[in-house]
Ligand binder design. Structure first.
Ligand code: MRU
Length: 342
């Protein structure tokens, strides 16, 4: 499996996920504008991966002024930060990572080794994300039983993170423990992250996967094939409401109807306690062409389109949040802050 994000010799290379699974091509990000473009067009995507890419993006942007930090201007760096922050609004990891990078910049402003410090912070964000995924995998795997069929929506795997994955990390960990897990992957219209990325990732790891169209999940559940649903998140707020890929809410409603547990796997960098409930989460709306067709192929007439990239699943439908701090159960308004403190 190719890495989604590579940082080598102070250079950023992002796997262009829009070309998967047919082609493995890396975008060499020589400028922060290239990083912004990669985030906007989903060459790099998935909340934790967007955060990691933005952290490296700030380093790339800083280096546009040369490697001697004494020549850097604040104005340029503020523009780089603003450009990166304006790429996608929903995944809070983007803002979390930029804030962390900015603190490093503030603390060490004027120091000769500022570039090394920024690069080290971005690498730390990257490595910590993988470590968090492995920890949450350990906690989450305990919720799955040998022989389970598990449904997932979108791609919350190694490609969506620094590595290993959140929802797919839980599944990977269960498989590593010797449990036989069969994954059902929603194709995830309109941009097909499930069909193109989740199916590819799991097949590469020899984890059994069956691809279904989004509209098939209900019938699959009715047949008793799904024992648990696990998804990732782009932003989870104080009351436990979860923003994730459009269609997640529908899957949660279906899971409730069929008495199937609905789990959300996420690192603490995806939790935004500054927002009280999911109505406050900014939801990205994308181009109508993404719904009228795919890439160069248009199959719908030029009718109006509504294309929100994410939806909000109310906390009542969430059986548990799986984090690197442990498994958090309701009431979330009490137990999320408690878990984050602990
Ligand atoms: O539009 P995308 O592909 O960035 O959306 C990704 C998702 O919705 C993921 O489920 C979420 O970011 C969690 S990834 C660990």
């Amino acid at each position: 499996m190719p890495d989604a994000i590579r940082w080598e010799n102070n250079q950023l290379h992002l796997l262009d996920q829009t070309l998967l699974p047919r082609e493995v091509v890396y975008v060499h990000c020589r400028t922060h504008e290239i990083v912004c473009d990669a985030i906007r067009r989903l060459a790099v995507r998935g909340a934790p991966a967007i955060g990691v890419a933005a952290a490296y993006g700030l380093v790339v942007g800083a280096m546009e002024q040369g490697t001697d930090a004494s020549r850097w201007t604040r104005e340029h760096l503020e523009r780089v930060r603003a450009d990166l922050a304006a790429t996608r609004p929903t995944a809070v990891n983007l803002f979390w990572a930029l804030e962390r990078m900015w603190k490093t910049l503030e603390w060490h402003w004027g120091e000769r080794d500022l570039l090394e410090r920024l690069a080290a912070e971005a690498c730390a964000i990257h490595e910590e994300d993988i470590a968090m995924n492995r920890r949450m995998g350990g906690f989450g795997a305990a919720l799955l039983n040998d022989g389970d069929g598990v449904l997932t929506h979108c791609n919350a795997g190694a490609l969506a993170t620094g590595g290993y994955g959140t929802a797919l990390g839980v599944i990977r960990a269960a498989v590593e423990q010797g449990k036989r897990i069969h994954v059902y992957a929603d194709e995830t219209r309109p941009l097909l992250q499930g069909a193109r990325l989740t199916a590819y990732e799991l097949a590469a790891d020899n984890i059994p996967v069956t691809l279904i169209c989004d509209g098939m999940a209900a019938s699959l559940m009715r047949r008793g094939e799904v024992k648990a649903v696990i998804v990732g998140s782009d932003r989870t707020v104080a009351n436990g409401d979860v923003a994730n890929k459009i269609g997640t809410y529908g899957v949660a409603v279906l899971a409730k109807h069929h008495g199937i547990p609905f789990y959300v796997a996420l690192p603490s960098s995806t939790i935004d306690l500054s927002l009280k409930n999911g109505d406050q989460i900014p939801i990205e709306e994308r181009r109508p062409e993404e719904v009228r067709g795919y890439k160069d192929c248009q199959w719908a007439a030029d009718v109006p389109v509504w294309n929100p990239a994410f939806d909000v699943t109310p906390h009542e439908l969430v059986s548990a949040l799986i984090t690197e701090k442990g498994v958090i159960r309701p009431p979330y308004d009490v137990n999320i802050p408690r878990a984050l403190r602990g």
